[in-house]
Design a protein around this ligand. Structure first.
Ligand SMILES: Cc1cc2nc3c(=O)[nH]c(=O)nc-3n(C[C@H](O)[C@H](O)[C@H](O)COP(=O)(O)OP(=O)(O)OC[C@H]3O[C@@H](n4cnc5c(N)ncnc54)[C@H](O)[C@@H]3O)c2cc1C
Ligand SMILES: NC(=O)c1ccc[n+]([C@@H]2O[C@H](COP(=O)([O-])OP(=O)(O)OC[C@H]3O[C@@H](n4cnc5c(N)ncnc54)[C@H](O)[C@@H]3O)[C@@H](O)[C@H]2O)c1
Length: 480
């Protein structure tokens, strides 16, 4: 039996951070990983997807800019894009991240962990060796999520791609059918359209349905301009792969769409089905409910006896984003160290040991073309929450900085103001290169900066950030 103060299951970006914080808190920590140290984000999600998107985005921008357009007359070098993607994933070799783990003083145990009891695990290594592992203080589950497959007749036998296949493909297929109009569907449709693939995207609702409606509208329009056949309000009745290798999707009404590959991007499922959660009285295959310090809540709605089981990252379903999972990891790792040493836990809202921002100020950028950057509540969500809000919209193309940035700049910004408190509770920017604008909004939302004070935060001229001034002018100084 190996024994540590803390054991973290899953060495994705989130598990790595829990382990790091607990180790920095003076505890001995083991990190258990069944696949690659670095997890989904490094090898099959954030980094490879963004690497696949970036080159074509830059090329399209250059092609729209007089002077640059004349110089950029060639086609996208698709193999060079895939090669750049490979370098970001280190060719799916985790040696660099293992080096970091070792350097941080964390013990790495390779293998698949299963709970055998309270604070006890059995880890099965790839060669079949089994190691019992015990935690003196805490175990953190950071096992992430996997792609969800819909129950469409014929689909599972059609060898569908999941996000892993789309981000790790060695070449672009001639035709790609994308099922799902959320973040993965939109980003991968954009990437593959950039490679010259004929993409058909089926979405049962509008694109990016969790965002402000104008975001999905602008992205739909631009995907169609890129040549993507976007079908909204459409679900396939059947998807099969024929003996000829061709995928055929039957749509309502009998129309058949043919493709070489089909990517399923309809959401995620927690990686808790094979963890032995039943041993602890928890439901295998379910998301793990947690409190704000990331302690797992049992069926009675309270932390397990002894406050020892934590869950961070995708697996707790609070916000399926790397940065938000790492934020939870910092809170949880510090809370584990504090509880282990009998120190006070600062679990008041916005305290050191809680992930308060998960509730109302989660930032997210979808790297579509145009980019969609949002934080906090949409207007609809704010109204649903019972807030008295005022919504202010502004066309980003009218900002001097945007017009210099790109000819014919098209985009919209929205701020959602809580009229009772005089603060911004949500903001969305849709347009080229708005991603880095988002953090200003995140600070305003988290800091609950009064709108009347924002008038003194002067954006530089001529930058796209002057959209802030235009939003305030549209809101009106007398209203603030
Ligand atoms: C295509 C795509 C693009 C994305 N792009 C972005 C983006 O741009 N920005 C962003 O913020 N988010 C993005 N996300 C979301 C992001 O990838 C996830 O939120 C993030 O990876 C979650 O991290 P995690 O550490 O919780 O889980 P993971 O990264 O999934 O790590 C979990 C680890 O646990 C291991 N594991 C599981 N079970 C066991 C077990 N029983 N024993 C041992 N090890 C186990 C797994 O092998 C894995 O390495 C994207 C997601 C997808 C699918
Ligand atoms: N840039 C980023 O930050 C980024 C990029 C990719 C993924 N992600 C994260 O990964 C998560 C997963 O992304 P995703 O795109 O798979 O999920 P998603 O939840 O963003 O979108 C899934 C879409 O599929 C639709 N859908 C659900 N069931 C369906 C069915 N049976 N048939 C047809 N459509 C169906 C939903 O209505 C939704 O529009 C996201 O929640 C996001 O947090 C983030």
């Amino acid at each position: 039996m190996q024994e540590f103060d803390v054991v973290v299951i899953g060495a994705g970006a989130v598990g790595e951070n829990v382990a790091d914080r607990a180790a920095q808190g003076g505890l001995s920590v083991a990190l258990v990983e069944a696949e690659l140290v670095g997890g989904e984000c490094s090898y099959w999600a954030c980094m490879p997807s963004k690497a696949l998107l970036r080159s074509a985005t830059v090329l399209r921008e250059a092609q729209r800019l007089p002077g640059a357009a004349q110089a950029v007359t060639g086609e996208l070098d698709v193999p060079a894009v895939f090669a750049r993607r490979n370098s970001f994933t280190s060719d799916w070799d985790d040696a660099g991240q293992v080096e970091w783990v070792v350097g941080a003083g964390i013990d790495l145990i390779r293998g698949h962990a299963v709970f055998t009891g309270v604070k006890e695990l059995l880890v099965t290594a790839p060669d079949g060796t089994r190691t019992p592992v015990r935690a003196r203080h805490a175990i953190a589950v950071s096992t992430g999520s996997a792609a969800l497959l819909p129950d469409i007749p014929g689909l599972s036998a059609a060898r569908p791609w999941t996000s892993r296949d789309a981000t790790s493909a060695k070449q672009a297929p001639k035709r790609l059918l994308v099922v799902g109009g959320g973040t993965v569907g939109v980003e991968m449709a954009t990437a593959y359209a950039g490679f010259g693939t004929a993409v058909t995207l089926l979405s049962r609702g509008p694109l990016l349905a969790n965002q402000e409606p104008f975001a999905g509208d602008l992205v739909t329009e631009s995907l169609r301009e890129l040549g993507v056949d976007v079908r909204l309000g459409v679900s396939a009745e059947r998807i099969e792969r024929g003996d000829d290798g061709v995928v055929r999707a039957t749509l309502p009404g009998g129309e058949i769409v043919e493709a070489d590959e089909v990517l399923v991007a309809i959401g995620r499922t927690p990686r808790t089905g094979d963890l032995g959660l039943e041993t602890l009285g928890l439901e295998p295959g379910a998301w793990l409910d947690v409190d704000d310090t990331m302690l797992v809540q049992g069926p009675d709605g309270h932390a397990l006896e002894g406050e020892w089981l934590y869950a961070t990252g995708d697996v707790n379903h609070r916000a399926l984003l790397t940065h938000q999972g790492k934020y939870q990891a910092r809170a949880a790792g510090d809370a584990i160290a504090a509880r282990a040493k009998g120190l006070p836990v600062d679990d008041a809202p916005w305290g050191r040991h809680v992930a308060t921002a998960d509730h109302a100020s989660v930032p997210q950028v979808t790297f579509s073309d145009p980019e969609v950057a949002s934080v906090g509540l949409t207007a609809a969500a704010a109204e649903k929450a019972g807030l008295r809000v005022r919504v202010v919209d502004y066309e980003i193309g009218n900002v001097a900085g945007a017009s210099v940035h790109l000819d014919g700049y098209k985009g919209t910004a929205r701020m959602v103001v809580d009229e009772d408190r005089g603060v911004i509770v949500g903001a969305t920017f849709v347009g080229a290169d708005v991603a880095d604008l988002l953090h200003s909004a995140t600070i305003a939302v988290v800091g609950e900066v009064p709108v009347k004070r924002l008038w003194h935060a002067v954006p530089s001229y001529p930058t796209i950030s002057e959209v802030w001034l235009r939003l305030l002018e549209t809101y009106g100084r007398d209203s603030a």
